[in-house]
Design a protein around this ligand. Structure first.
Ligand code: ADP
Ligand code: MG
Ligand code: MG
Length: 509
């Protein structure tokens, strides 16, 4: 493994509170970098900063932490210093955001394409089948979404083999961490303002991160486009959510920090509801004119922070709720079409030759998108399945799932492919194969539960994008901040909520 000098301090894994820790050997360091950096002090300062600035999650150790706000909080897992990231790749990733926003919108309008592309997956994957059923129902009634809101996050890794920025996936539902991600950039800026000189790191090289305020702004403007002053914004949440503070940050910004909409919202008695799918089913109905009413209140925007995983639908009630909302005239973020565009299968279909051309006109945009596509294959390609069985470490096997922890790697990938091949029928159609991306590993200080340890890590950069359209008018098509996630390089999966990664920010190089 190549280990670039990303993080300069070297600490023993078990941090001792009194140990001021030295930097890496002189050979790698510019002059003036030999000074000891008080890592323990930094960790403590960072942890306090998290607590007083709301960079927090519910603590697994406290059973009520996922249901009762303000109970059992712990600082979100974070890296002590921002990850170095080349400015050219940063610029490339930012430029892609509005293009992906546009692509999602265009693809969402082609119902046949979505149904056809996912038709084989539906035969073997009940969850995909249920989503497609809702989508098919909307097609039958020629349901049109005049106002379309997308709050996406496109994730990338830097592939060390090809020295290129490659997309991992584009999330179109429940893109998480706009709230906490913005705060990590602030945390790192604060730490570098204090320790940057000693470390030789300039806080100005951390890009501003306004993901939370910009997402809140997008929700607020969607609400104004809906043009019903008494209507509420509803956030659909999981019954238990340890990441609730990330969500509350958006609510907080909506209520307090969005200066343009704020006075408008307040004089109109602006309200925000938080409901689970089950609560929507119990208290919701759609009026004959399409108005979605929950507990007697008209809903303008439904913002999903749940509904992306089969676990979110433990009974028919949740599916009923999803259908009910889809049938209504409320703005869905995402609509069922936007949700489907974000599936792994559609990602793979879009990477096929001449498919982007069906949806986009601008050749430069198409070239930019294609440049960031990794190898993606459907499993009806026997040649690639054979290669993947021979060289499993060069691939990732992905089912149609979201939320981390679902992909299959290495030996398991090999076994799974061999088994699925033996099974008759369409079993393979539930998955796609993806080229495995190999980011360069670097040493990082990770802080979890107040404990700092150092490990070899790799990082994944997410770029948020907000898209709002009202009929022919594109009201908003923006890149909105970013999220760096860093995980120990020996771990395959990357989710922070799933416990695999820590929140990070970037230092442009
Ligand atoms: P999910 O929707 O569950 O987040 P992802 O496609 O993002 O699914 O995969 C989860 C994690 O697996 C990513 O965050 C990343 O760490 C890792 N991963 C996914 N695809 C690749 C790949 N092609 N190469 C290397 N790692 C990958
Ligand atoms: Mg995802
Ligand atoms: Mg992901």
């Amino acid at each position: 493994l190549h280990v670039p000098p990303r993080r300069r301090m070297v600490v023993s894994r078990a941090m001792s509170a009194e140990a001021p820790l030295g930097v890496t050997p002189a050979a790698e360091e510019p002059a003036g970098r030999q000074e000891a950096v008080p890592v323990a002090e930094m960790v403590e300062e960072a942890a306090v900063w998290c607590a007083v600035h709301g960079l927090v999650v519910g603590d697994r150790a406290e059973p009520r932490s996922g249901t009762v706000p303000g109970v059992g909080l712990v600082h979100a897992p974070f890296s002590l210093l921002p990850a170095r990231f080349p400015a050219s790749f940063w610029k490339q990733a930012c430029e892609l955001a509005p293009i992906f926003n546009d692509l999602v919108d265009r693809v969402s309008l082609d119902g046949e394409f979505l149904q056809d592309s996912l038709s084989r997956a539906r035969q073997v994957d009940d969850f995909t089948a249920r989503l497609l059923d809702i989508h098919a129902k909307m097609m039958e009634i020629n349901k049109e979404e005049d106002i379309r809101l997308g709050l996406h996050r496109s994730d990338y890794m830097l592939d060390s083999e090809t020295n290129s920025l490659l997309q991992i996936e584009n999330n179109t539902i429940s893109s998480s961490f706009p709230g906490l991600g913005s705060l990590v950039s602030e945390l790192h800026r604060t730490l570098l303002n204090r320790y940057g000189k000693t470390l030789g790191l300039d806080s100005k090289r951390i890009p501003r991160n306004r993901a939370a305020t910009q997402f809140a702004e997008a929700l607020g403007i969607a609400w104004t486009e809906f043009n019903n002053k008494s209507a509420v914004i509803m956030m659909v949440v999981q019954p238990e959510e340890r990441n609730m503070y990330d969500q509350y940050w958006l609510i907080n910004h909506l209520k307090e920090s969005y200066p343009l909409v704020i006075c408008f919202l307040f004089c109109c008695n602006f309200k925000l509801l938080t409901k689970t799918l089950a609560q929507v089913e119990a208290g919701g109905h759609v009026l004959p004119d399409g108005t979605l009413v929950i507990d007697g209140q008209t809903v303008s925007v439904v913002y999903f922070r749940a509904g992306y995983s089969p676990n979110d639908y433990p009974s028919e009630a949740e599916w009923k709720a999803r259908l009910l909302m889809e049938q209504s005239s409320a703005i869905k973020c995402p609509s069922i079409s936007y949700h489907l565009v974000g599936t792994k299968k559609i990602q793979q279909e879009l990477a096929k030759p001449n498919v982007l051309e069906r949806f986009l006109d601008n050749k430069e945009d198409i070239a930019k998108l294609r440049k960031c596509f990794a190898g993606l294959w459907s499993l009806d390609n026997e040649e690639i399945v054979k290669t993947a069985i021979e060289k499993p470490d060069l691939f990732v096997l992905k089912p149609q799932r979201e939320g981390g922890g679902n992909n299959i790697y290495g030996h398991d990938l090999q076994e799974t492919l061999v088994r699925l091949q033996k099974e008759q029928g369409e079993a393979l159609a539930a998955y796609i194969l993806m080229q495995r991306i190999f980011p360069r590993a670097s040493l990082t200080h990770l802080v979890q539960g107040g404990v700092c340890f150092e490990d070899l890590t790799i990082s994944e950069l997410g770029i948020y994008g907000a898209y709002l359209r009202n009929k022919d008018k594109v009201v908003m098509n923006n890149q909105c901040g970013y999220l760096m996630r860093t995980k120990v390089s020996s771990s395959n999966e990357g989710g922070v909520a799933a416990g695999f990664a820590v929140l990070d920010s970037i230092l442009l190089t």
